[in-house]
Write a protein that binds this ligand. Structure first.
Ligand code: OXD
Ligand code: MN
Length: 591
């Protein structure tokens, strides 16, 4: 049922009505607008956003349905030191999260939210995470005063009436309260209350902080719920590989933010792999649960991609490029005089002149970048030419392999396979990566990012590893676990592996290992392929020696690595499962 009158209340769920009523009294908006997710609503809200100069209509000949947004200059990335997990006991949040006592945080936030929407509209945004009818799908409702959030949520989730339909009369939904407030960084809080399934986000309008279905619900609150309910909420892409014979295999992969997850999820196999296809199920988040047949099943809870724009081109990710030609919201890229968008790393020459992400005139001689390094697209997944039809399957897809990876210029080989589940958890738990622009802070330092979940795990990391260990019991056929590193460099600072589509070669070895069709050689880290086991044919100038370099396991680098890994373990010592301490001992003794 879609309401004819836009903006009018469109649910009779008492829990929803009471909660909206309660927060309307706090926010004191000029009006309340109930979203239904219809096309007419999208049209009306987009026109309003353009009239209010929140969005710029892009050149509709070139980019039909596309709009442009510039954020406040201080509000361009997730902000981890203002992100909080508020649990009654501090140890439930653990040493890797910022913790606050729920009642104290609520007091602060309700103070800030009081009257925050005076003169503004409060939008009620119901949304569904996951395919309709899926046992893994969950409902959230976000209250927001940002029309940009409403339009982005419409892209990123199954937004509208469908969520009320899934919810029925239940009161089991995530409650999200967002106000842009004054965008003052000192008033910025991204606060999670996992015990209440609630999120309050203030004074930001950046996607990762305010599209509450994504990092806040699907990962931080999701991981908390997953532990209680016996499943996994992970910062992972999901892809399917189809062989020329039509055999499909699915893998999930965790890389830290801005390490090429979207590129990997939409990969185009190289010419050597004629007849092979890679299908995208998801590019950022996986909800996974052991099924009755003992396999691990995954759904993508999202319905769109919120990707980093710079570096997207016909070589790095032709499918993303095709995806963002229509119905896409661009944020903080550069704007050309003919209302096209530009970014560093786009195909072709830079424009002679354009406006940078701050709205200043920019020419190729300018010293600063035209697009912010964390500028983003929000694009519907249906635009993806290689969208897996299974992305809408309520059952999800069975996962054969889990891949962990990071951005490492040294130490980490291109690929290796863990000896077993617990060893694989150790590999995921000790993942390290050079920092990127997706979060505020210094770029290029190694930070430990267990399973790429450090900024997203909504509870104690030690308990999180324990949950991973215990879920093994529910699986007769657990996925095999691998580690990859596309970013290793030689002494001259050149990448040792071509990456992009050529990663298909690594993926094929992984799939063959899962199906028991490929050999590997045993090393102290795990199983690795040599040039007889990994297909290098047609890879220009790529000799077995070069493969040996990218696969090298160097003793001195590993002595340092073991020390660095220890830093995180020290931080977590109170709750670290003993299985992981044994794994560390075993690894050290193998060296
Ligand atoms: C993202 C992130 O936006 O990980 O996906 O930061
Ligand atoms: Mn991410």
């Amino acid at each position: 049922m879609t309401n004819k009158t836009l903006g009018q209340c469109n649910t009779s769920n008492r829990a929803v009505l009471n909660w909206v009523d309660q927060w309307t009294k706090v926010f004191q908006p000029e009006k309340v607008y109930w979203c239904d997710g219809s096309a007419a609503e999208k049209e009306a809200l987009t026109a309003e956003a353009v009239a209010r100069e929140i969005l710029v209509e892009l050149n509709q000949q070139k980019l039909p349905g596309c709009y442009y947004h510039r954020s406040h200059p201080s509000d361009v990335a997730r902000i981890e030191d203002r992100t909080f997990i508020c649990t009654e006991a501090q140890e439930d949040a653990g040493p890797t999260n910022n913790w606050r006592l729920p009642r104290e945080m609520r007091r602060t936030l309700i103070g800030l939210c009081q009257g925050a929407m005076a003169g503004r509209t409060l939008y009620v945004v119901p949304y569904l995470m996951g395919p309709p009818g899926s046992a893994l799908a969950k409902v959230g409702i976000e209250l927001t005063d940002s029309i940009y959030v409403v339009l982005s949520m419409r892209v990123m989730t199954r937004m509208g009436q469908i969520a009320y339909e899934q919810l029925g009369n239940d009161d089991d939904f995530n409650r999200g309260m967002h106000t842009m407030l004054d965008l003052n960084p000192e008033h910025r809080y991204i606060a999670h209350f996992p015990q209440r399934n609630e999120i309050i986000s203030t004074s930001s309008n950046y996607g990762g902080n305010v599209l509450l279905g994504k990092k806040c619900f699907a990962l931080r609150i999701g991981s908390w719920l997953a532990r209680q309910e016996g499943w996994l909420a992970e910062h992972m892409l999901i892809l399917g590989v189809e062989s020329p014979q039509g055999e499909k295999t699915y893998v999930a992969a965790a890389f830290p933010s801005a390490c090429g997850k979207t590129n990997f999820a939409m990969m185009v196999p190289p010419a050597r792999f004629r007849g092979w296809k890679v299908w995208t199920v998801g590019d950022d988040i996986a909800w996974m649960k052991p099924g009755p047949d003992g396999q691990l099943y995954a759904i993508n809870p999202e319905a769109g991609y919120f990707g980093v724009v710079p570096g997207t081109n016909s070589k790095s990710n032709p499918n993303a490029l095709a995806t963002i030609q229509r119905d896409t919201l661009y944020t903080n890229v550069a704007l050309t005089p003919d209302l096209d968008v530009w970014w560093e790393g786009k195909d072709g020459d830079p424009p002679k002149e354009c406006f940078d992400w701050l709205g200043r005139k920019w020419t190729p001689e300018s010293k600063e970048k035209a697009a912010h390094p964390n500028s983003r697209f929000a694009a519907p997944m249906v635009n993806n030419p290689v969208l897996a039809p299974e992305a809408n399957d309520p059952q999800g897809v069975p996962i054969s392999a889990i891949i962990f990876g990071g951005r490492r210029s040294d130490t980490m080989p291109l690929v290796f396979q863990a000896f077993n589940w617990i060893n694989g958890i150790y590999i995921g738990a000790t993942m390290g990566s050079e920092t990127t622009a997706a979060a505020a802070g210094a770029v290029g330092q190694i930070r430990r990012d267990p399973m790429a979940m450090l900024p997203f795990c909504g509870y104690n990391m030690g308990d999180y590893f324990r949950h991973w260990i215990s879920i093994r019991k529910a699986m007769k056929h657990p996925p095999r676990i691998f580690h990859v590193n596309w970013f290793r460099k030689d002494v001259d600072g050149k990448f040792l592996w071509p990456g992009f589509g050529e990663n298909m070669r690594v993926l094929q070895w992984i799939l063959d290992r899962c199906r028991g069709r490929a050999n590997g050689n045993e090393t102290p880290l795990g199983w690795v392929p040599d040039n007889t086991q990994m297909d290098l044919e047609g890879l220009d100038g790529y000799t077995p020696e070069r493969l040996a370099k990218v696969q090298a396991i160097k003793h001195d680098e590993w002595v340092r690595e073991l020390h660095l890994q220890d830093e995180l373990f020290m931080k977590l010592h109170g709750t670290l499962p003993k299985e992981l301490i044994f794994e560390r001992e075993l690894l050290a003794s193998r060296f």
